[in-house]
Design a protein around this ligand. Structure first.
Ligand code: 5GP
Length: 117
């Protein structure tokens, strides 16, 4: 779904809002979460605003979802041990606050119960 107002992540893609960008290609951008919940906490974001959540992305562009997962693995290997937790909050009651699909890549020592997810 698209809306008239660009999402905060689209504004990061456009460099209207600063972010610590760690990966970018034609279809995906990744940057450090502003409020990290683990030693490594990166958001991997399809640049398109067409999908609000991971189920929509899986149905609409499964290849792009697979690319998100591959980028998550690459970043976990570059920034940590290569082991990682991948979180897609889907819906407000699940903790989603930005309705532009994104994956949280969490890595480094992760303490159970410390994530708020
Ligand atoms: P959600 O709650 O929708 O699953 O995840 C949204 C995430 O975006 C949150 O973890 C939040 O900290 C992060 N976030 C929100 N605004 C910004 C921002 O302006 N810059 C960065 N780097 N992260 C943001």
């Amino acid at each position: 779904m698209t809306s008239a107002t660009p999402s905060i992540f689209t504004r990061i893609v456009a460099r209207e809002i600063p972010a610590e960008i760690v990966f970018e290609n034609e279809r995906i951008i990744a940057f450090k979460d502003i409020a990290p919940q683990a030693p490594v906490h990166v958001l991997v974001v399809p640049k398109t605003e067409a999908y609000e959540n991971v189920a929509q992305l899986a149905a609409g562009d499964p290849a792009l979802l697979a690319e998100v997962v591959a980028v998550a693995q690459q970043l976990a290997s570059e920034h940590s041990t290569g082991e990682f937790r991948l979180v897609f909050n889907s819906g407000p009651s699940a903790g989603q606050t930005v309705f532009h699909v994104h994956a949280h890549v969490l890595s480094g020592p992760i303490t159970e119960g410390s994530l708020g997810f």
